[in-house]
Design a protein around this ligand. Structure first.
Ligand code: Q46
Ligand code: ZN
Length: 309
């Protein structure tokens, strides 16, 4: 397979684009494409302050690297969850994130859940009903809350996450299987700033997971290969496998599934009915973030319960 740009030996073949690229051209193409999508979806401008949620995995570190190369003001946020079941997942991912930040002289915020709230994620999940089987929903709540808090407290305009196309297609698949209208309406590479929360963007939403792995590898980024121990057997992993089977037989199927969903939405297919009753939001008296609950937000209620346990 030859590189479509220079005719040299291709380092990666992207069947969905019917295109192979050599290492140098691929490393130039991927940030250029990212810039194109940042502009197309009006994600942010060079004057805005960006906070990148970095987990130590390939996608988020690659995103931070690309934004740095493109010249954006992007700081990192690492949330230490205390997931050390079997092996030191959190400790190792924090080490690699700090290493990347130091090597590139980047500013990194580290939030330590156990130090700040007196309990780590696995403990917190065990104490609450929502996380008794699997801690992922508790984890999602904690991460969202802390990302919003840091963005607000440090005045960031935008929160960027490293979700790739495989992540987005699996989420879309799950939401479609359940016809989860509320989530389908909200699923988009850009969520505008609302109720004092920073805008949320996913600049890598157009790239396959294997492209992000190739980018990290070819750029020599050291990232955590192992997945979080709680990811094993999750429905999202199963949906990704299913979509990959489909992709093998029909190259581009994953991309079309998600991108055509965005087009359908743009045409109004999932437009919110004008009669919809939008829940009134209140300000959580404990943390000051918006919530549809009358009293404390779900994060603060969970933390209160956990401290009483
Ligand atoms: S980190 Fe958290 Fe994931 Fe681990 S506990 Fe689940 S949600 S699997 S992205
Ligand atoms: Zn709160």
């Amino acid at each position: 397979m030859k590189c479509k740009k220079c005719g040299g030996k291709a380092a990666i073949n992207m069947r969905q684009h019917n295109m192979g690229l050599c290492k140098d051209d691929f490393l130039q193409w991927l940030p250029e494409q990212t810039q194109k999508f940042i502009e197309k979806y009006k994600m942010f401008t060079p004057d805005e302050k960006i906070l990148v949620a970095v987990s130590g995995g390939k996608d988020s570190l690659a995103l931070w690297d690309i934004l740095r190369i493109l010249g954006y003001q992007a700081d990192g946020l690492y949330i230490a969850l205390g997931i050390d079941e079997g092996f030191s997942y959190s400790a190792e991912s924090q080490r690699l994130t700090e290493k990347f930040a130091n090597e590139h002289d980047l500013n990194l915020h580290v939030v330590n859940i156990a130090a700040d709230y007196g309990t780590d994620l696995p403990m917190l999940a065990k104490k609450t009903k929502r996380g008794r089987d699997k801690p992922c929903s508790t984890c999602g709540l904690v991460k969202r809350h802390e990302m919003n808090r840091l963005a607000r407290d440090f005045g960031y305009d935008v929160l960027a996450t490293g979700h790739n196309l495989d992540d987005e297609a699996a989420t879309l698949f799950s939401n479609t299987l359940q016809w989860n209208g509320d989530y389908l309406i909200r699923q988009h590479p850009v969520l505008p700033s609302k109720d004092g929360l920073a805008r949320k963007v996913k600049p890598l939403f157009h790239f396959y997971e294997r492209e992000m792995a190739a980018y990290a590898l070819l750029r020599g980024i050291e990232y955590i290969y192992d997945e979080c121990p709680f990811a094993e057997g999750s429905t999202s992993t199963q949906y990704k496998e299913l979509l990959n089977q489909l992709e093998n037989q029909h190259p581009g199927a994953k991309m079309h599934f998600f991108v055509k969903f965005l087009t359908a939405k743009k045409k109004g297919l999932f437009a919110e009915p004008t009669t919809e009753i939008v829940p009134e939001l209140h300000i959580c008296p404990t943390c000051g973030q918006p919530t549809s609950a009358q009293e404390n937000c779900s994060f603060c209620r969970m933390m209160k319960k956990s401290s009483e346990w």
